[in-house]
Design a protein around this ligand. Sequence first.
Ligand SMILES: [Zn+2]
Length: 193
Amino acid sequence: MRFRLSTVFELSQTDVLPDVEPAPLQPPRQPVEGDSHAHLLVPLEAFADEIGYPVERVQDLGGPEAHCRHGERAIRLVKSFAPNHQLAALIHELAHALQGPRPRGEYARNEVIVESTAFIVTRAVGLDSSPSSVSYISDWGGKDAMANVRAAVTEIDALAGQLQAVLEQVDQDDEQPAGRRAPDACGAALQAA
Ligand SMILES: [Zn+2]
């Protein structure tokens, strides 16, 4: 789950919701602007379908900008965010989906893993989400953020590798004229969603 800047929850909320992630005490998320990478939403949404977590766009999630629900097998994105922001959020939620349900008590550690994954994957496609990701990771990881990242590097690498493979396939398809997507194909997909 990724959160909007304006959202603040009580810490006590984090212990009572079995299938959701807790909200950060200091919502750190900064928007990722623009639509330069909007076309990458298409293959990632197809991948989400493949792994059984279809993407739904909604007006509002009551605070979060996106979430992954293992129980419902669903990923939801708030549609008002810029396409590049949706991409960063979708990669984050896909990492949650690939992880599957995790034991309670691992929320903060998991957010560090998942957002580190999103940071690596967005960076690999040339989208800089660092103002958003770095503060998010440090808020969730606290003073041990970097140690937590290092301790989970194998898992982060595996998750990022799976998502990068999806996007590298797009690059290969794009080298063939028949596989090239029209520039407005994603815009149409976004509007249809
Ligand atoms: Zn999350």
